[in-house]
Design a protein around this ligand. Structure first.
Ligand SMILES: [Zn+2]
Length: 438
């Protein structure tokens, strides 16, 4: 009896049976490359030999898989190196994905498709048009919806056997330990340094692998941080965060749309390897990807014995003030107006100077008519270009950088400087819809 015939028998029997299945690893010497495959039978079947008339050597494994699931994962099960054991490991695994954005999209979609049992999703954001260039979980119709709500729907569409747990909140020092405790593995899909250090520290303390990915412009990195498996942690590689403003976020510096697809897919791959024990995960190694030259380079990472979290004498044992550690201070309290108030000033024709402190690339995408561009980083050196005899209104994208600019100008002696709350994003939303949002 050939393999095709055996498969037909499986299908026919599966259709007529409502019983759960017994799945067996079996030997088919010479029948398929590798000499191993799996066969399915029924719990009350005494022997598979009689059913299939094959030289079957059965080691029956009771599993939770239904016939439909076995069909779904058949390409996994066809690989002798993977097999039912690995598929069962995926089904039993619980993975926490911090951030459901550029990285979280391919991570969660591939893990869902591969058969992960439970995905925890942490994200408090709403889908924006500017997300769609790379966050492939979402479609046009999702704009304005909660990311978690849209993601859950999409992931169930990929695999209805998945359990999805949604945490519509930020991953913070207050909730990180309790959120992560329920999971086997953490995926770092964050886009900021405080959350990256927090997820690292929590993973070290809870002895859970932390699948790290980061992206900016045209380059990305991947690693598996797992001191409990003998590798270093993120702090061993980067003991100190970069100075605030030195490394822009993707929102400020931009990111090539395909890049998170590449890096996130590799994070999903590493997660599957760690869970199933197949291959060599990137423990103790950092993969750097340069998309412009399409260069993939791997660096060895060493564990730092003096690391304050995973070292020989750790000094940090619980979550700290990560914003403070990363030098992120609160937006300074400065005089401010709403976009409507600025609009009124402009309509009345009152003398004023409108200053835009964003980057030239942002200015090229969207600008408010009549605004003068001086990026925040150049403001000290170019303050002489700003008049002192009229009120100065300062805007950026959302109001954060412009608040810093107002504080800086006040320190330089400017008396009438005011922040525009909500920046050009609020202007676009409330005053002039013709100004593109980005
Ligand atoms: Zn460390």
């Amino acid at each position: 009896m050939g393999q095709d015939h055996a498969k037909r028998v499986f299908r026919e029997r599966a259709r007529s049976s409502t019983d759960r299945m017994v799945v067996s690893e079996a030997a088919y010497p010479g029948s398929i490359p590798g000499g191993r495959t799996f066969v399915v039978g029924w719990r009350h079947t005494r022997t598979l030999r009689g059913v299939f008339n094959l030289p079957v050597q059965c080691h029956s494994i009771m599993t939770d898989f239904s016939t439909a699931e076995l069909q779904r994962y058949s390409r996994h099960l066809a690989m002798p190196e993977f097999g039912l054991k690995s598929q069962q490991a995926l089904k039993s695994a619980r993975v926490l994905c911090i951030g459901v954005g550029g990285l979280g999209s391919p991570v969660t979609m591939y893990l869902a498709a591969a058969g992960i049992g439970c995905l925890g999703l942490v994200d408090a954001d709403v889908v924006e048009v500017s997300n769609l260039q790379r966050q492939i979980l979402f479609s046009e119709d999702d704009v304005g919806r909660s990311k978690l709500e849209a993601a859950k729907e999409r992931l169930f569409g990929i695999n209805p056997y998945l359990e999805v747990r949604c945490y519509a909140e930020r991953f913070t020092a207050a909730n990180a330990m309790s959120l992560a405790a329920d999971y086997d593995l953490i995926i770092d899909g964050t886009d900021n340094f405080p959350t990256r250090y927090l997820s690292n520290d929590v993973a070290v303390w809870l002895k859970k692998p932390n699948i790290y990915g980061s992206i900016l412009r045209f380059e990305g990195q991947v690693s598996v941080f797992a001191p409990h498996l003998g590798g270093p942690c993120y702090r061993c590689m980067s003991p100190q965060p970069p100075k605030p403003g030195l490394v822009p976020s993707c929102a400020e510096g931009g990111v090539l749309g395909v890049l998170p697809g590449l890096i996130g897919t590799m994070q999903a791959l590493e997660a599957i390897k760690v869970i199933t024990g197949i291959g060599q995960p990137l423990v103790g190694k950092l993969l750097h990807v340069d998309t412009l030259g399409l260069r993939f380079r791997t660096f060895n990472l060493r564990r730092d014995p003096d690391c304050p979290v995973c070292g020989e004498k750790p000094t940090i044992h619980e979550p700290i003030d990560y914003d403070g550690f990363c030098g992120i201070t609160e937006v300074p309290k400065v005089p401010s107006v709403s976009v409507q108030e600025l609009h009124t000033v402009r309509q009345l024709g009152s003398p004023h100077f409108l200053l835009d402190v964003r980057e030239p690339e942002e200015y090229a995408v969207a600008s408010i008519e009549g605004a003068t561009l001086i990026p925040l980083g150049e403001l000290s050196a170019r303050s002489a270009e700003i008049p002192q005899n009229v009120p100065v209104y300062v805007h950026c994208k959302l109001g954060g950088r412009s608040a810093k600019a107002v504080a800086l100008l006040q320190n330089l002696g400017f008396a009438h400087v005011t922040n525009v709350s909500g920046g050009i994003a609020a202007w676009s939303e409330s005053v002039d819809a013709g100004v593109p949002r980005y």
